[in-house]
Ligand binder design. Structure first.
Ligand code: NAP
Length: 255
């Protein structure tokens, strides 16, 4: 059974990814920060979908936790076929750019940018030491960024800066790891129905009804899960450093 570590898999998009991979018969290390009950629910859903799963607590902003996450995953599965850097947080308070404080900035960068950067570094070390499979692949990495990687929201600049940084993290590791048979992809979700967007539901309901996205609906965690499943199946063998927009067409410029 191939094995993936999915960060922030207890809820929302990460859960959707874990369940989609479970449907492919994968083993999933279901990482979470503090919500063990939600992680246990996700484990049950992955198993019901046909895969296997184990919950594993860890804060991706902490070096010791990142190290433990990779070691525990490899101890369980014997290798690491896919790392999905999904865990992320929104600012606690949306503050205008002229008022935004350093505390929120430091936390957003630590969780949303530093965590994925150094977790990918650890995964890359593990994958480069692994034997390649029949297709020559030693493993793959997915980085979940956001439409905020290129869309300026002046009331959450820290989030946008962190997500823009992930675009370069994708490019850097894709370029560095191609010769080792490791491909790296960035997925940019649009507006997805999860706890993170629960507080702004009415606002986005109205925007979507008014045509914010050519495909007029909320995205679902399983929309992202299906994109990650395509990567996991190896369906993009001649692409790396690629951006997959899973956003209902939000990124299109229309006139
Ligand atoms: P969510 O519903 O708030 O879930 C967040 C997940 O991340 C939970 O599993 C949480 O674990 C985990 N987490 C939070 N901090 C963590 C940490 N320091 N270490 C490890 N895990 C941590 O969020 P979501 O909407 O699914 O978002 C998932 C990713 O997609 C994020 O990177 C987000 O920026 C991105 N995204 C979301 C949207 C959207 O519209 N929802 C759009 C674009 C991009 P616990 O359950 O233990 O708290």
């Amino acid at each position: 059974m191939p094995i993936a570590l999915v960060t922030g898999a207890s809820r929302g998009i990460g859960r959707g990814i874990a369940v989609s991979l479970g449907g492919l018969g994968w083993k999933i290390a279901v990482n979470y920060a503090g919500n063990q009950a939600a992680a246990d629910e996700c484990v049950a859903l992955v198993r019901a979908a046909g895969g296997d799963a184990m919950p594993i607590q860890g804060d991706i902003s902490l070096a010791a936790d990142r190290d433990r996450l990779i070691k525990a995953t490899v101890a369980w599965g014997g290798r690491l076929d896919l790392l999905v850097n999904n865990a992320g947080i929104a600012p606690t308070v949306r503050a205008d750019l002229l008022e935004a404080g350093e505390e929120s900035f430091d936390r957003l960068i630590a969780v949303n940018l530093k965590g994925p950067f150094f977790l990918t570094q650890l995964a890359a070390r593990q994958m480069t030491a692994q034997a390649p499979d029949a297709s020559g692949s030693r493993g793959q990495v997915v980085i979940v960024s956001s439409i905020s990687a290129y869309t300026a929201s002046t009331n959450r600049g820290d989030y946008c800066v962190a997500k823009a940084g992930l675009g370069m993290v994708t490019k850097l590791f894709a370029a560095r790891l191609a010769d080792s048979g490791i491909r790296v992809y960035e997925i940019r979700p649009g507006v997805i129905a999860t706890d993170m967007t629960g507080t702004v539901k009415a606002k986005y309901d109205a925007l979507i009804a008014d045509g914010l996205t050519p495909i007029r609906r909320w995205g679902l965690p399983e929309d992202i899960g299906r994109a990650v499943a395509a990567v996991a199946r190896g369906d993009l063998p001649f692409s790396t450093g690629e951006v997959l927009n899973v956003d209902g067409g939000f990124h299109l410029h229309t006139l």
